[in-house]
Design a protein around this ligand. Structure first.
Ligand SMILES: CC(C)(COP(=O)(O)OP(=O)(O)OC[C@H]1O[C@@H](n2cnc3c(N)ncnc32)[C@H](O)[C@@H]1OP(=O)(O)O)[C@@H](O)C(=O)NCCC(=O)NCCS
Length: 186
């Protein structure tokens, strides 16, 4: 059987909290990255604090949360993080998050590849029925990547974000298992 966590360009691996602290601190110095990734105020993070937060989170972790680091196959470098959250709901839904922290690797297919692995894990191993995500109206690259993968626009929280003096929608997208399966046979 094929390794569920290996894609064409990336592999999902367990997050090594000690190693991830420094990496997250580095990514957090790129304010644009966090503005694309998170609605919380963007700010530089301290490696030790990031590790503490990850340990706290790991201890309190809900069984339905599955977080990974994204490793590039070419050189085993950690280039991002992602996961499925609230994935054990009785309705068989989950939320997806993905962030490639190394900005020179945006637009090269690594994020899309990692999302494809998360979808395979969600639909084949967790037996989910649908996977949802939220994306900010100003994140055209992510919207295009999700459309390419097969996510459907399902609505928007209008004017939910204010950044650089402008209001933006937070867009809801989703994909059903049947839609994902149909894409695999294209
Ligand atoms: C969003 C993200 C996961 C996408 O992964 P990726 O590997 O960079 O995406 P891909 O290279 O497969 O595809 C990006 C697509 O957007 C297009 N694109 C790039 N910049 C764009 C822009 N400014 N406007 C419109 N489309 C754009 C690319 O041309 C490509 O489409 P194509 O394959 O049809 O040519 C990744 O860029 C990332 O992590 N970005 C920073 C954090 C983030 O935005 N996270 C998502 C939060 S919802």
């Amino acid at each position: 059987m094929k390794n569920l966590f290996t894609g064409k360009l990336t592999r999902l691996v367990a997050q090594d909290i000690d190693a991830m602290g420094a990496v997250i601190a580095k990514w957090s110095r790129d304010s644009e990255f966090y503005q694309l990734f998170d609605s919380d105020p963007t700010r530089p993070r301290n490696a030790k604090r990031a590790q503490e937060q990850m340990r706290d989170y790991a201890e309190k972790n809900q069984p339905g949360n599955f977080s990974f680091a994204v490793m590039r196959l070419e050189d085993d470098r950690i280039i991002g993080e992602g996961g499925l959250f609230d994935a054990l709901s009785p309705h068989r839904n989950a939320w997806l998050a993905i962030g490639i922290g190394e900005r020179e690797l945006w637009g090269k297919g690594y994020g899309t590849d990692a999302v494809q692995i998360l979808l395979r894990f969600g639909f084949q191993e967790l037996n989910l029925h649908r996977i949802n995500l939220g994306v900010f109206g100003y994140n055209a690259r992510a919207i295009r990547a999700y459309e390419k993968i097969g996510f459907v626009h399902e609505g928007a929280w209008r004017d939910a974000l204010k950044r650089e003096g402008k209001r933006w929608d937070s867009i809801g997208m989703g994909i059903l298992k049947s839609e994902w399966e149909a894409k695999q046979n294209e």
